[in-house]
Design a protein around this ligand. Sequence first.
Ligand code: GDP
Ligand code: MG
Length: 326
Amino acid sequence: MGFFSKIKETFVGKSTKQNEKYVAGLDKSSTSFSDKINSLAARYREINDEYFDELENILIMSDVGVNMVMTIVDEIKKEVRLNNIKDPHAINDIIVDKMFVIYANDSIMSTKINYAKEGLTVILMVGVNGAGKTTTIAKLANKMLKEGRTVMLAAGDTFRAGAIDQLDVWAKRLGITCVKGKEGSDPSSVIYDGVKQAKEAGVDVLICDTAGRLQNKVGLMRELEKMNRIIKKSVPDGPQETLLVIDATTGQNGVNQAVEFSKITDITGIVLTKMDGTAKGGIVLSIKDMLNIPVKFIGLGEKMDDLQEFDLEQYIYGLCHDLMGE
Ligand code: GDP
Ligand code: MG
């Protein structure tokens, strides 16, 4: 059974709190994508080359990424020929299946946080200014606290004015400690203090904010290398995660940033923020294609519980439910 029917069976007519989040957060993308596919089907009596050209455009406009689009459309063409399908209304399921089969076949794509077996887990958050790092740290901390873990924060973005205070305000709201240095001070020394205090306090997780100055790649690379070295001195397996935060509304630009970051430091997972603010939800596929790094979380809004673990089926349903006869 393909995805389309499996997801339809799992979700259509049933609603859980989590899939309500996905459906609401992906509303813009879903409307845009489904409307385009449905209107395409309405305009063509028969599937032909022009139909496929338009389908390609729709996928590219959804930020799926050109290479991926070519592969997907080739696969759809094959399937259509094989089954001798002529009616454009009859291929929604094939479109959806082929879009995600490439993503789903890959078993390495674990979306779970890699916590230390024992002792401190250190998480580094990287990404350009405005991507949503600080807010995501707060959301992530909130999630971990709810799961019963103890959390501390380190305000490693010493570069941007107000960044330390912003993180500190969140820490106060969450009732946790935020380790700080002075604005303009060496971020690695803040990370050093953070690790030290986190170990002394025996907390489970330390989440470190950083400044993402991609403009100065060599500087950023050195800064991140130094942070990694400092963390490893007291937590040899750390940082257990280096999460790259990408603003989904920046589209292919965001994907290019991700590629640049992955050259600078080892990224273990991606957080795609502001998915609620884009009509181009296909960026998830583009990231998979360009980087093969798992999207671990997606931001579906500005509220604390709007950060959701990435779940492929929920995502497909959120994006494509209008094509599933709902
Ligand atoms: P940083 O510079 O990377 O630390 O980015 P911030 O955490 O300061 O976030 C920049 C802006 O993006 C803030 O106004 C956040 O509220 C907003 N933001 C972050 N994540 C999301 C999201 O998932 N959805 C929406 N709508 N806004 C978000
Ligand atoms: Mg910040």
